[in-house]
Every structure is written in C-alpha cells, then in structure tokens.
Design a protein around this ligand. Structure first.
Ligand code: HEC
Length: 175
C-alpha cells in the first residue's frame, strides 16, 4: 500500500501538534496544577450536609487520629480534613493571638498573613485565628503540607521544617 504525500503530510502535522501541546503543557503548567496533584487534592465540596461533622465540636482537641471522614488510603498517615473549619467572622482588634514570641509566628506573619490576615482573621484565605480548637496539630500539618485550591502546598513555604514551626504555633491558637 502506498500513502499519498498529502496523507503523510497530515499525519506528520498531527504528530508535531501533539508533541507541541505536550511540551507546552509540561513547561507552562506550574507543578502543582498537574492532574496528579488534582487527583491527590480534590476540591472541597460545599455541601456541608453529607459530611461527617468534621471533628469540630468545640473543646475536643484530642485529635491526631481523626481525618474528617477520609478513609485512609495511605496507611497510617493523618489525612487533611476534607471540610474547612468555618470560623465566625471576627474583628481583628478582637483577636488575641497567643505565644507570638514563637518562631512560628514570624513565619506566619511573613508568609501566611498575606492570605489569612495578620491576625488570622481571614482575607483571600479563610479565618484561622482559632484553628487549634478544631484541628489537631497533625491535621493542620497535613492540610498545610498538601495545600488546597488557592492555597499552595506548604502554604508557600519552602521547607517542612518551617511548616512544622508555623503549625506548632498555629495549633495553640484556640480563639
Ligand atoms: C495564596 C494564599 C494563601 C497562603 C499564602 C496561605 N494560605 Fe492557607 N488557605 C488559603 C485558602 C484559599 C484556603 C482555603 C482552601 C480551600 O478553599 O480549600 C486556605 C486554608 C487554610 C487552612 C484551613 C482553614 C480552615 O478554615 O479550615 C489552614 C489551616 C491554612 N490555610 C493555613 C495556612 C498557613 C499555616 C499558611 C502559611 C504557611 C497559609 N495557610 C498560607 C490561602 C492561602
């Protein structure tokens, strides 16, 4: 069988276009927007109704094991809660952050406050001024490490050690 030159040409164009699209995707998409990332990181569903009330009864800070109803597929590790804690809106002047001499507080100010407000009152990101009342340190770590939606993995920090410090401080904030 003999292909016509036109047929060969069309096939070549197709192949080149395919490679181009692949290269553009590889170069232009930021790392954390790949399909793999999205699959790890499903967007939060807004329907609060069918979610197991995410361990958020006030005062139960016994955490460490709970994972907001995500049947752990990666054995043993704490999963980030699926449902955001929705803290009541609070005027920044009414928020008392504690232990602001901890190194984690400085990291918060430098990196997280841009989105979460300098008192954790919320901004682009939700309020987190009392997150320690609802999520365990391990849960906050899992969430921050992974990032979600508009929030970059590690909250934009470059090392796990920094995440650990900021979370140690954050976990103490109980409102
Ligand atoms: C670019 C903006 C941005 C930065 C920087 C950022 N966050 Fe976030 N954060 C968000 C957004 C947006 C969400 C909500 C994500 C969602 O809708 O699922 C969020 C959610 C959270 C939550 C869950 C809040 C809740 O109500 O359950 C925590 C905890 C958190 N961020 C901590 C941090 C920490 C700690 C840092 C700094 C290391 C940080 N974030 C930096 C945007 C940001």
């Amino acid at each position: 069988m003999k292909l016509s030159p036109v047929g060969v040409f069309v096939v070549l164009i197709g192949a080149v276009a395919g490679i181009l699209i692949w290269v553009v995707g590889l170069i232009a998409l930021p790392n954390d927007s790949t399909h793999r990332r999205l699959a790890d990181n499903p967007p939060i569903q807004s329907s609060a109704a069918n979610q197991p009330a995410s361990n958020s009864t006030s005062g139960t800070s016994t955490g460490g094991t709970g994972s907001g109803g995500n049947t752990a597929s990666t054995g043993g590790t704490v999963q980030p809660p699926q449902q955001l804690v929705t803290l009541p809106q609070k005027d920044p002047s009414q928020i008392n952050l504690i232990d602001t001499t901890m190194p984690g507080y400085q990291i918060f100010e430098q990196t997280c406050a841009a989105c979460h407000g300098d008192k954790g009152q919320g901004g682009v990101g939700p309020a987190i001024y009392a997150i320690g009342q609802h999520w365990s340190e391990a849960q906050i770590t899992a969430f921050v490490e992974q990032g979600r939606g508009m929030m970059p993995p590690r909250g934009g920090l470059s090392s796990d050690a920094q995440v650990q410090q900021v979370v140690q401080w954050l976990a103490k904030q109980t409102g």
